[in-house]
Design a protein around this ligand. Structure first.
Ligand code: SF4
Length: 321
């Protein structure tokens, strides 16, 4: 039996809601199949007073903590006191400080726990940080060299929220003893989920290839990168291969990817592609140089097949550039 404790810092409970969307199996069936005992969870446990005793028993060595899941940012404010986020009589950051070295594995679930996320957006009034990263910088609350009892760093499952399958698959790899450090990327995210971009599996990719742009949110055709600020071409996530609610994704319904699995989320320029004076997007697709982009644009425009272009033309020049 493996003990799992889930705590929440600066969070909106979005990752909890996502977890509850797990199906086949649902979260309770999953825990029973994997021999996991849920010690406490802020939304699933009835007894909010008992958590203090559970945490003290872990600290006193009476209960083993196999998997510690933290949702939300670690709040350090005001003035590094952490008292903006009190929990069971102490700043939450202090509970994290005591529990972290006793944990066999720690999962930072969501972008806020991984990198600071929305609470850490400038001007970061709560002094929020991620568990082991602050945005791009390694360190965060626990420090660059922190390791759990298993020898692994914090495992980041970024996303706003993270998909339930990413969370449960990671927990299952841990509970089966199969998670190793070489399975993590440079931001300590499991590579099985974060090695391809959101573009992988996006049905709009043919439009990207031929630079056919959609300029209208929710439109069925066209790529959302060139005008509507889609970050799918440079965001690592499997949102178009492991679908949400087993059926859809943002780009499938005409909403641009907002890059919520990356360290720089949120960027607050949603639905708009920032371009330089020559009309070239400031953020280029992953691995593409400016020169390659210019060549790509010239070739793509001239070779776009009519069957892709036609549904988008309202009047000449309206949809394709
Ligand atoms: S840029 Fe966005 S909409 Fe276009 S193909 Fe990539 S993920 Fe899909």
């Amino acid at each position: 039996m493996r003990n799992l404790l889930w705590l929440q810092g600066g969070a909106c409970s979005g990752n909890t809601l996502s977890l509850l969307n797990a199906s086949d199996p649902d979260v309770f069936e999953f825990f029973s199949q994997h021999n996991i005992k849920l010690l406490w969870h802020p939304s699933l446990s009835l007894d909010s007073i008992g958590v203090k005793r559970i945490m003290e028993d872990i600290i006193n060595g009476k209960i083993r903590l196999n998997i510690f899941v933290f949702e939300g940012s670690v709040i350090l404010g005001p003035n590094n006191s952490g008292t903006f986020n009190m929990f069971a009589g102490k700043p939450m950051k202090d509970w994290v400080k005591y529990l972290a070295p006793l944990s066999e594995y720690i999962i930072a679930v969501g972008d806020c726990a991984s990198f600071g996320g929305i609470p850490a957006a400038d001007p970061n009034p709560t002094q929020s940080t991620g568990l082991q990263f602050f945005k791009k910088e390694i360190g965060g609350f626990l420090g660059k060299n922190f390791r759990t009892k298993s020898g692994l760093p914090i495992i980041n499952i970024s996303g706003c929220p993270a998909h339930p399958d990413w969370i449960l698959t990671t927990i299952s790899l841990i509970s089966e003893g199969k998670m190793t450090e070489d399975m993590l990327d440079e931001f300590n995210r499991p590579k099985i989920f974060y090695s391809t971009t959101t573009q992988f599996g996006c049905p709009r990719q043919p439009y990207f290839t031929y630079k056919i742009s959609s300029k209208e949110l929710g439109h069925k055709e066209g790529c959302l990168y060139f005008d509507l600020g889609c970050r799918g071409a440079y965001t690592k996530s499997p949102c178009n291969s492991i679908l949400w609610n087993n059926q859809s994704s943002k780009t499938r319904v005409g909403t641009p990817c907002m890059g919520c699995t990356e360290f720089d989320f949120p960027t607050f320029n949603f639905f708009h592609t920032e371009k330089n004076r020559s009309g070239i997007p400031k953020r280029l697709p992953l691995g593409m140089s400016r020169g390659t982009y210019v060549t790509f644009s010239a070739v793509a425009k001239g070779s776009a097949p009519q069957f892709l272009v036609r549904p988008l033309i309202k009047k000449k020049g309206d949809w394709i550039e």
